[in-house]
Design a protein around this ligand. Sequence first.
Ligand SMILES: Nc1ncnc2c1ncn2[C@@H]1O[C@H](COP(=O)(O)OP(=O)(O)OP(=O)(O)O)[C@@H](O)[C@H]1O
Ligand SMILES: [Mg+2]
Length: 373
Amino acid sequence: MEEMMTAERPAVDTSEPALAIRNLHKRFDDVPAVTDVNISVPPGAFLVLVGPSGCGKSTLLRMLAGLEPPSDGEIAFGGKVVSNGRSGVIHNAASRDAGMVFQSYALWPHKTVEGNIDWPLKVAGWKREDRARRIDEVLAFLDISALRQRYPAEISGGQQQRVAIARTIAPQPRILLLDEPLSNLDAKLRVDMRSELIRIHRATNATSVYVTHDQVEAMTMATHVAVMRAGRVEQFGAPDELLLQPQTTFVATFLGTPAGNVIPVERAGDQLCHAGVPLAPAALAGGRSSAQLLYRAQDITIGRREGCPVMPASYTESSPIAGQSMVTCMVGDLRLTAMADGFFRAASGAPVEISFLRTPDIVFDDDGNRIAR
Ligand SMILES: Nc1ncnc2c1ncn2[C@@H]1O[C@H](COP(=O)(O)OP(=O)(O)OP(=O)(O)O)[C@@H](O)[C@H]1O
Ligand SMILES: [Mg+2]
């Protein structure tokens, strides 16, 4: 069932971005929730908004859905402005061809599974025969046909999640907005549903905006990622671009499994040193007396390596990963993640030596912004 039928609708103008957000702001009274966001993605993109709790992800999504008017700036779908700071919401939630799955996805408790899926089709004015056909189709697509006559209280959390998704994709929205739709699921089901959502995205080809604070989810699913921090987009790009070229320490330490190590250094002569150990040439800091170096876990190893800078550390913990060990250790107050070959374990607090295998290619200033070279 990879092919989904499509209802009659005007052609999409593919020369326009499916979604364009320009200078968008949202203030609640005087509290800024979203500040000067600029993002645009092509049709069929899977945009992930990721960031810590309270950074403005849901507020941004609610503006995209037309549930919240912007304080300033504008949003366009396929070249058509749907909200702006002067007129507020121009096209309401129902008419902007966007479907939303909420952080808490309450189903209608007094409607059956079938009734839950039927309702948005009715609202959108679908004819009875088309609705019946479409309901059969999405039930089969999400593998919940057997549940059609049950009520939400009579099905599991994971099944409710599927119904919520079925209900949202049934009217074939061009834009699918998902706010942490997997947050109520256990770890195993999350992974299954993640694959399921990728499959749905491929089959429907709806441009999707997906909110999560889980960076692994972000990196698995996205074609485009916006890392948000305190209402602003800290960095926007393809997942590999964000991993390989983080522009701030916030992005470097938020993304990646494990996240990058950021090590503060001071200039001493022609070297940049941490805890008195020379790590890199001073030229990397572009004349500054201090800076921060990005070392990925695979750039640091446990044990002494000839010709590499070595630093004493104390062992904290280790977890096996793909035949190696991911080891956490402390250098003073600084927590670092290193890799060791095979299965490495030590007593908590035991002294270890760590070696820095390569000169960092990414250097940040004291404020956490990347130093251009
Ligand atoms: N209706 C509202 N009135 C006042 N402040 C609000 C309102 N909605 C959100 N905020 C504030 O705006 C900021 C962003 O909230 P938002 O819900 O967008 O965060 P989030 O990134 O989705 O967080 P989480 O990951 O916890 O869901 C927060 O400081 C929040 O308290
Ligand atoms: Mg939220």
